[in-house]
Design a protein around this ligand. Structure first.
Ligand code: GUN
Length: 280
């Protein structure tokens, strides 16, 4: 039986620590403000944005909300980002992705000042992470590190295998594990002998986007298994990239879906908002 890594408990701990920090900053006269921009009204994005605003309210961060219509042009969105970049009262800028197809996502990510890039998506933020300089770190992989560390599991010297190489999760995840002195292998769709590679892992982070792909045959006994995926299974129940029922009996520690990595992303976004005053 694996230890269950509880993202709800750990994310609440982090948010409560941040709440205290934000209260102390307020006493010194410093207020933190996050600008949240949503273009169009994709229902899933609206839920994410709502949760981000709720987390801000809980911690004591002021949030400014910009709900722009679907027809907003790239120029209009760039002009708003420009205005927020030079607004000293705004510490963080978040453009909820995806943006409508007529807007170039890369251009938008690059337009946000690296000093306000609380998502950690700007090439400068990614570059800073890869050379060990201060900067914002992408929230989901940063959350995974917190889940591992706060569960008392050390990363140093361990065989870490990351499945997935996306810019938002897989690549920064590998960089962060390396920064923690793990021995890191990144697997992807073209990896040969993926099962054998995964079976070497002391720490296996799965971000491949395929429901229940990883069963016990991929996992070494006692390994820590972190599941970044979230899907609906054939019975409309939430599930991850890991087949939990198969892996749980042999893993040393495992994250559930839901209630594992999911709640950590917003907690780390809040952490980045608070950190922004050090970066600015
Ligand atoms: N869409 C899905 N996840 C995210 C995220 O972490 N940040 C932003 N900006 N958009 C997203």
């Amino acid at each position: 039986m694996a230890e269950l890594i509880d993202g709800k408990v750990i994310s609440k701990q982090i948010k409560d620590e941040l709440k205290e920090k934000v209260a102390a900053l307020k006493e010194q006269g410093t207020e933190i403000c996050l600008a949240v921009i949503q273009v169009g009204c994709d229902p899933a994005s609206s839920v994410y944005v709502g949760n981000k605003k709720k987390a801000c309210a809980y911690i004591g961060i002021r949030s400014e909300s910009y709900e722009l219509p679907e027809e907003t042009t790239e120029e209009e969105l760039l002009a708003l980002i420009d205005k927020l970049n030079s607004d000293d009262k705004v510490n963080g800028i978040l453009v909820q992705l995806p943006v409508p197809k007529h807007i170039n996502e890369d251009k938008i990510i690059k337009a946000i000042s690296p000093k306000k890039d609380v998502d950690g998506f700007h090439p400068m933020s990614v570059g800073a992470l890869s050379i060990g300089q201060p900067g914002f770190v992408s929230c989901t992989p940063a959350g995974v590190i917190q889940l591992i560390k706060r569960s008392g599991i050390s990363i140093e010297g361990k065989e870490c295998v990351v499945i997935g190489r996306s810019n938002i999760v897989g690549k920064p995840m590998s960089m962060l594990l390396l920064r923690e002195n793990g021995t890191v292998t990144t697997c992807h769709s073209r990896t040969k002998n993926i099962k054998e590679v995964c079976k070497r892992a002391d720490i296996l982070v799965v971000a491949i986007g395929k429901p229940k792909m990883i069963d016990a045959s991929y996992v070494k006994e006692g390994a820590t298994v972190i599941d970044v995926g979230i899907h609906r299974d054939e019975n409309n129940k939430l599930c991850g990239d890991v087949d939990f029922d198969s892996v749980e009996p042999i893993a040393g520690a495992i994250t559930p879906v839901p209630g594992g990595v999911g709640p950590m992303t917003i907690a780390m976004l809040m952490n980045n908002c608070v950190e922004s005053i050090n970066i600015q």
